[in-house]
Design a protein around this ligand. Structure first.
Ligand code: PLP
Length: 360
């Protein structure tokens, strides 16, 4: 976590541990802290404080947008085929429709237009992909939705986009925006859904009526306060982080390509966020590679993290049309604000050796 986020949360785990829904002075103190955090989160997302609904993370925010829209308004859900499972599974659960992508993972706008109509109540397209880093043409998506399904709620999963993209501009056409604190130096288990004025969703959680009846449950005050601190730091440092981490990522990928034959960059760099390095390496099995990398101190992944820790074939690479044999050697390396030149040096030391060993 970012040090400023840890520092911000500690008092709310100690002396200031009160329930903001209470009536006494300590409760009012906690409520003020949540309100201040709400102002910061709204500012960083380009919304108004009353539009912020605090959640238990990205999964809840995504579920709330998709399920909440269809349960309240009826109709169909439409999403891109490369969404995180937190969007994909609710859409599939509702019998909704998935729209294909091109070889770089960008949504097929003609297919999107064709999937839309007056019976669509929610359209969900992520800003940046968690596996391969592709940035979606969100303004064009919004235009297509305005033209073909103006009644639909446009939701974006900005969980991976937030560290790199200015949501106040990029996500401006979205009626609902999901973020998750652990992707930008905040704690796990806290996030937010921005629900713009005029957009209505059925709540997922009923109970005490917190968050103006949109999300019941005692506030995770420490988590909310820490998320806001991490958000502020992320936004303030974003231009410098993009430049620094983008250069690290470029050196990492260039180094791998130079050191080894038959390493394929999955998505052109211009089409993706600066923190994402995704390659497919011929002649190795990802699982064996990850094992050797871990022994060398490099912790990487293949697709997305799932509960079992098992490696499932990537639905993202499949949707992009990456051949199975090539996807078998997929390697996902993620960089962030905390990444250093020494991290890249280590990766460039360990990965080529491990690949050569497996190929032998
Ligand atoms: N959406 C995307 C794009 C993600 O990468 C993740 C995180 O893994 C999620 C949603 C889910 O967020 P959380 O882990 O906070 O539930």
């Amino acid at each position: 976590m970012r040090p400023e986020a840890v520092e911000a949360m500690l008092p709310f785990l100690q002396d200031r541990f009160a329930n903001p829904s209470g009536a006494h002075a300590a409760a009012r103190d906690a409520r003020r802290a949540v309100d201040e955090a709400r102002d910061i989160v709204a500012d960083c997302l380009g919304g108004q404080p009353g539009e912020v609904v605090f959640t238990s993370g990205g999964t809840e925010a995504d579920n709330h947008a998709v399920l909440g829209a269809v349960r309240l308004h009826g109709g169909r859900a439409v999403a891109s085929a490369v969404e995180h499972h937190a969007v994909l599974h609710p859409v599939e659960h509702l019998g909704g429709r998935l729209v294909g992508v091109d070889a770089a993972g960008r949504i097929d706008l003609a297919a999107l237009a064709e999937a839309l109509g007056p019976d669509v109540s929610v359209v969900s397209v992520m800003l940046a992909n968690n596996e391969v880093g592709t940035v979606q043409p969100f303004e064009a998506v919004a235009e297509t939705v305005r033209a073909r399904a103006p009644q639909a709620i446009l939701h974006t999963d900005a969980v991976q986009g937030f560290p790199w993209l200015d949501l106040a501009t990029v996500a401006a056409p979205a009626a609902c925006v999901s973020v998750s604190a652990h992707k930008f130096g905040g704690p796990k288990g806290v996030g937010a859904l921005l629900v713009r004025v005029g957009t209505t969703l059925e709540p997922l959680l009923l109970g005490g009526g917190q968050e103006r009846d949109r999300r019941s449950g005692t506030h995770n005050v420490a988590g909310i306060v820490a998320m806001a601190a991490a958000m502020r730091a992320t936004v303030d440092e974003r231009p410098a982080t993009i430049e620094r981490v983008g250069a690290l990522r470029d050196r990492l990928v260039d180094g791998l390509v130079a050191a080894l034959p038959d390493v394929h960059e999955t998505v052109p760099r211009a089409a993706k966020v600066p923190g994402s390095a995704h390659v497919c390496i011929d002649g190795v099995e990802s699982e064996a590679l990850l094992f050797l990398l871990e022994r060398g101190g490099v912790y990487a992944s293949v697709a997305s993290s799932c509960a079992s820790g098992a490696m499932e074939p990537s639905h993202v690479l499949a949707a992009m049309g990456v051949a199975k044999e090539r996807a078998a050697g997929a390697l996902r390396l993620s960089l962030g604000y905390a990444s250093t030149a020494a991290d890249v040096d280590l990766a460039l030391d360990v990965i080529p050796d491990a690949v050569r060993r497996l190929r032998r």
